[in-house]
Design a protein around this ligand. Sequence first.
Ligand code: MG
Length: 310
Amino acid sequence: MYCFAFRPYSRKFCQPLRTHHGSWEVREGILLRLSDEMGNVGFGEIAPLPEFGSETFQQALHLCRQFPEYIEKTDILEISEPLPASQFGFESAWLDLTEKMPFETELPHSQLLPTGEAVFSVLESQKPEAGKTFKWKIGVTDIELELQWFDRLLSSLPPNATLRLDANGGLTWETANRWLAACEGRSIEFLEQPLPVTEFDEMLQLCDRYTTTIALDESVATLRQLETCIRRGWRGVFVVKAAIAGSPTRLCQLCENHRLDTVFSSVFETRIGREAALRLAARLQTVPRAVGFGIEGWFADDEERLLRQF
Ligand code: MG
């Protein structure tokens, strides 16, 4: 039996995050704590992302409120599939309590750049270091304009920088082809989710037509979707948002059995969820790639203070 406590949180972005899904202003999630009679404690976090097919914050909150003060391992294992962020949160709290592994990963982080033209003022003011990986969202405004910015961005980046593009499923067949043509001969690490989830076969065709690697993100948000895309023959990169994928144990089995080329990525969770996801990344990323957790400075509040209050 484990004593269970939870605390919902709400964090405001300094600047709303603009993607093809819209503008995101507040990250809501739930911190979880399990403790046993020996005094061992484990923390977990539910950080839902309904735009990617996870449960909503309200559904996760409802689950937490339904649980009694003392829960068992079976309660955690029985959390049902439509609640993948909750499966991750509870199971990683349980793993934290039972395994108590020290946190150490040396993985490099990619830095998320502001969307659109706002990228240039940040690059000018921050003077980013050489050799870093950057990520820039596309498919948000007029393609002509974005392609001009893309050229300017490539010449503004520091030496040996790596750039990944993320369309969040916001391109059409025509604009995806234009983007990939523009990427030819440029060192773009990958283009993430060019087309909507429903256009899987078209994305497979894009892989054959161009040399730039394509990564699936929205298409593989949950373990069930990940399984489906493996079965349907995806051999590109898989972006794994561990915090909304579902059970970490099942995620490990799937990635290891199929030797997937994965890039672990953030859903703007706090350090609790981030550390749980990065432990998985350290174990499961087979190709050296920067992880997508470079989100420092995106929130207005003090994260450590928020965590200390729990
Ligand atoms: Mg993405």
